[in-house]
Design a protein around this ligand. Structure first.
Ligand code: PHE
Length: 440
C-alpha cells in the first residue's frame, strides 16, 4: 500500500518518535513507579520488559502503520476488513483521550514549576530547616491543591497541543520534535552529578539498583510492564499512527532500537537523580505522583547555578511533555480525519476539548490522577499491546510484516528472533501477567 498522507523526513521520524517516547513517562512516572513498586526489582523487570516485549511490539506497530498508512482503527480494518480487530483500534483511540487527560495535568504542573523556578521560589528549599519541615513537599501540595490553577494550567497545555497538532505532521510535529532534546540531556547530566555526589547518595543508589526480591508481587510485574509500554508510547496506536507517516526508505528495526535505547537511558538516569537525593537528604513524604516535584526544587537549590538550570529544566521538561501530548492527541485526531472525514483543525479542537473536560477530575484530585494513570497508562496499554502482538503474529502473520520491514532494512538480521518474540513471548507473557494480577 502506498503512503501518501504527508511523510516524516528521514531524521524526522526518529526525532518525532523519540519525542513521543521521551516525556513525563521517563522523568515523572518512572521514578514514582519505582518508589511505589519496591525499587530495584521493579527496575529489573522494567528493563527485561523493554527488551523482550516492548521493543518487538514497537517494531510491529511502526511496521503495521507504515504498511497501511492509517490510524489504528483504519490499520486493522485495512488488513482484516470488517473484522472485530478494529476494536483494538477503538481501544487505542479511547486510551489516547484518557491518557491525554491526566498527562496534560502533570505537563501543566511542569509549566507551573517553570514559573516557580523562574521567580526564585526554590530558594532555601535545601536548607536544613526547610528539609526538616518538608517545605518542598508542602509547596507542591498547595500548588497541586489549587484547583483553579491546575485547571488553568491543564487548559493551557491542551491548547498548546491542539495548536501544534492542528498544523499537521511536517509543519507542526516534526519541527517541534527536532530541537532541544540535547539541552534536556545536558541538564540531566548536571542533576545526575549533583545527586550522586551528595553525601550518603549510595543508599539511594542501592535502593534503586539492588533488587529486593521480597518486594516482588504480581502488581509490581504488571506495573513494570505497563510502564515499559507507556514509556515507549505503545499499546494505543501512537506508533501505528506515526508509522503511517514513515517513508519506505526508513530502516524500521534500527530506528526503533535506537528509540528504545534512548528512552530507557533517560528513564534510568532519572532514577539515579531522584533516589540518591531522597535518601541522602532524608526527605520525607516524597512518594506518589508528586515525587519529582518534591525532590527537584531541593536539588536545584543545592546546586551551583540552580537559579538558571531550574527554570531551564522545567522549560525543557514542558517541551518534552508537549512532544508526547502531540503524539497522544494525534491518534484520535488521525482517526477522525481518516474515518470521519473531519478536517484536521476541527478534529484537533473537538478532541482537545473532550480531553480537557475529562482532565478536570484529574486536575482536582491527585489520587484520582494516580488511579487514572494506573488504569489507562498501564493496564489498557498492556491489553492493547497484547492484541497488537496476537494480530501481527497470527492474523496478519509475521512473514507479511517482515516483507514490509525489509523495505529500507534489507540487512535486518533479527527476523527470526523478532517473529518468535511477537508470536510467542509477548502474548504469553502479557497474558500471564495480566491474569496473575487479576487472580492473585
Ligand atoms: N511515552 C510518553 C512518555 O513517556 C507518553 C505516551 C504514552 C505517549 C502513550 C504516547 C502514547 O512520556
Amino acid at each position: 500500500m502506498q503512503n501518501n498522507r504527508g511523510n516524516f523526513s528521514k531524521i524526522g521520524f526518529i526525532m518525532a518518535a523519540a519525542g513521543s517516547a521521551v516525556g513525563l513517562g521517563n522523568l515523572w512516572r518512572f521514578p514514582y513507579a519505582v518508589g511505589e513498586n519496591g525499587g530495584g526489582v521493579f527496575v529489573l523487570i522494567y528493563l527485561i520488559s523493554v527488551v523482550v516485549i516492548a521493543l518487538p511490539v514497537l517494531m510491529a506497530e511502526v511496521t503495521l502503520g507504515r504498511f497501511t498508512g492509517k490510524n489504528p482503527v483504519g490499520a486493522f480494518n485495512a488488513i482484516k476488513p470488517g473484522s472485530p480487530w478494529k476494536f483494538v483500534g477503538y481501544l487505542g483511540v479511547a486510551s489516547g483521550l484518557m491518557i491525554l487527560s491526566f498527562y496534560a495535568v502533570i505537563a501543566g504542573g511542569a509549566v507551573g514549576y517553570f514559573f516557580k523556578a523562574l521567580t526564585g521560589q526554590f530558594k532555601g528549599m535545601a536548607s536544613e530547616s526547610a528539609i526538616a519541615s518538608n517545605a518542598a513537599t508542602e509547596a507542591y501540595q498547595s500548588f497541586a491543591g489549587n484547583g483553579v490553577l491546575q485547571i488553568f494550567l491543564l487548559a493551557i497545555f491542551i491548547i498548546l497541543t491542539v495548536y501544534v497538532v492542528s498544523k499537521g505532521v511536517s509543519g507542526g510535529i516534526e519541527k517541534y520534535s527536532k530541537i532541544l532534546m540535547p539541552a534536556l540531556i545536558g541538564i540531566l547530566f548536571l542533576l545526575l552529578f549533583r545527586s550522586l555526589t551528595l553525601e550518603g547518595a549510595s543508599k539511594g543508589v542501592a535502593f534503586y539498583i539492588k533488587p529486593d526480591w521480597s518486594a516482588l508481587k504480581p502488581s509490581v510485574i504488571i506495573n513494570a510492564m505497563g510502564q515499559a509500554f507507556f514509556s515507549l508510547s505503545l499499546g494505543m496506536g501512537t506508533m501505528i499512527t506515526y508509522g503511517s507517516y514513515v517513508s519506505k526508505k526508513e530502516n524500521i528495526p534500527s530506528a526503533t532500537k535506537w528509540i528504545a535505547v534512548f528512552d530507557t537511558g533517560i528513564a534510568i538516569m532519572a532514577g539515579f537523580i531522584i533516589f540518591p537525593a531522597i535518601f541522602s537528604l532524608g526527605m520525607q513524604d516524597v512518594s506518589g505522583p508528586g515525587t519529582m516535584f518534591n525532590v527537584l526544587p531541593v536539588l536545584f537549590d543545592k546546586m551551583p547555578g540552580g537559579m538558571v538550570f531550574g527554570p531551564l529544566f522545567f522549560l525543557l521538561l514542558s517541551i518534552a511533555a508537549l512532544t508526547s501530548t502531540i503524539s497522544i492527541l494525534e491518534v484520535p485526531v488521525a482517526f477522525c480525519i481518516d474515518e470521519k472525514k473531519w478536517d484536521r483543525k476541527k478534529a484537533s479542537i473537538i478532541v482537545g476539548a473532550i480531553a480537557l473536560a475529562i482532565g478536570v477530575p484529574c486536575a482536582l484530585s491527585e489520587s484520582f490522577l494516580g488511579v487514572w494513570s494506573t488504569i489507562w497508562g498501564g493496564l489498557s496499554l498492556s491489553i492493547g499491546a497484547l492484541f497488537v502482538a496476537i494480530f501481527i503474529g497470527f492474523s496478519w502473520k509475521t512473514p507479511n510484516a517482515l516483507k514490509e520491514m525489509y523495505q529500507g532494512a534489507d540487512n535486518f538480521k533479527g527476523a527470526k528472533v523478532w517473529s518468535f518474540a511477537i508470536k510467542y513471548i509477548a502474548p504469553v507473557f502479557i497474558l500471564a501477567i495480566l491474569l496473575s494480577s487479576f487472580l492473585l
